[in-house]
Design a binder for this molecule. Structure first.
Ligand code: AKB
Length: 322
């Protein structure tokens, strides 16, 4: 059966690249991008786009009916750092949007849902090294609370109503096409841009803060892989641990300095340090590797090379067209 896909939150860091990849796989006209506001010209010109407020069920249902949508990827969310500033708004956006999409699946308007969870489901009391798939989860952030609750809603809708919903606990995602906004792991993207554009960076986390991270290519690969997996192989109905690498700001700096030796970094931890301290350092994603053969490709060395090369050519192109 051919699929018609709606991406809610298509203009964000992951949504942009997911839209691009899904359009390559399914054809542009079968992948409807949507967001609360328009995205970059590449995304806007690559296929259908609709303005959609992720907390407005009528708006989402209109688009689902108009295009006969079969699958929804719900990528709209308020991330950890921003949700600490606006707790009520973060909770409302993250929970309301999920419950709307799960209801659409329960009501049989759509037949499959993707919803991202995060390493933020874990907290101080979870093991920090090789954090298991199932362990104590007492998150200290509103974002983490919304992700734990969301995971349980996914499981509930599956058990109670047979909804086919799939989910991954993303680590920090590093990318060059679209920057993240409002996360605790955002430094790992900013640092590459600042290295090239300014030769200096002030990092908001301490130099030895180790966090789980992943290159965007791997995150997109995992997302599409779990959506394509046979339903019987997706045994985890809350959300899968997903891992590729773990590093500290100091380790990224020395990797970047192999190419830009004059790169200078200073450290000025802010409120995000406390969030980072509550998260795992290394995730055990054995279950994803066993169930649907998840395998990552990029490590810190190969990712750094690719990030620097792409930011460089993106910036040169920009200079040329000015
Ligand atoms: C954040 O930092 O809030 C996100 C995440 C790890 O879910 N990147």
């Amino acid at each position: 059966m051919s699929e018609t896909i709606l991406i809610i939150g298509a203009c964000g860091q992951i949504g942009t690249e997911l839209t691009h990849k899904l359009r390559v796989l399914h054809g542009s006209e079968s992948v409807i991008a949507s967001d609360i506001r328009e995205g970059n010209s590449e995304l806007m010109n690559s296929g259908p786009f609709e303005i959609v407020d992720a907390t407005n069920k009528a708006q989402i249902l209109d688009v689902v009916s108009k295009y006969k949508i079969t699958q929804v990827y719900l990528m709209a969310a308020m991330l950890s750092a921003t949700a600490e500033k606006y707790p009520q708004r973060g909770w409302d956006l993250n929970m309301t949007s999920l419950l709307i999409v799960l209801d659409l699946a329960k009501e049989k308007y759509i037949n499959k849902v993707y919803w991202p969870s995060s390493i933020a489901v874990f907290g101080e009391s979870s093991p920090k090294i090789n954090t298991p798939q199932s362990t104590i989860m007492e998150p200290s952030t509103v974002y983490g609370m919304s992700k734990v609750a969301g995971e349980h809603w996914c499981n509930y809708y599956h058990k109670k109503y047979g909804v086919d919903v799939r989910s991954l606990r993303y680590p920090g995602i590093v990318s060059w096409r679209t920057k993240p906004g409002g996360g605790t792991t955002d430094y790992a993207v900013d640092i590459y841009f600042k290295a090239i554009e300014e030769g200096a960076y002030e990092c908001f986390l301490e130099e030895n803060t180790r966090l789980p991270m992943m290159y965007m290519d791997d995150a997109i690969e995992a997302t599409i892989k779990i959506m394509q997996a046979n339903v019987v192989d997706v045994s985890v109905k809350t959300s899968y641990n997903l891992a590729a690498m773990s590093f500290t700001p100091k380790e990224v700096v020395s990797e970047i300095q192999k190419y830009i030796p004059e790169f200078q970094v200073s450290y000025k931890p802010d409120f995000r340090q406390e969030i980072a301290n509550s998260w795992p350092q290394i995730i055990d994603d054995t279950k994803a590797r066993e169930d649907w053969e998840w395998k990552h490709k990029f490590d810190l060395t190969t990712m750094t090379k690719d990030m620097l090369r792409n930011i460089q050519s993106q910036n040169n192109e920009f200079v040329k067209t000015v």
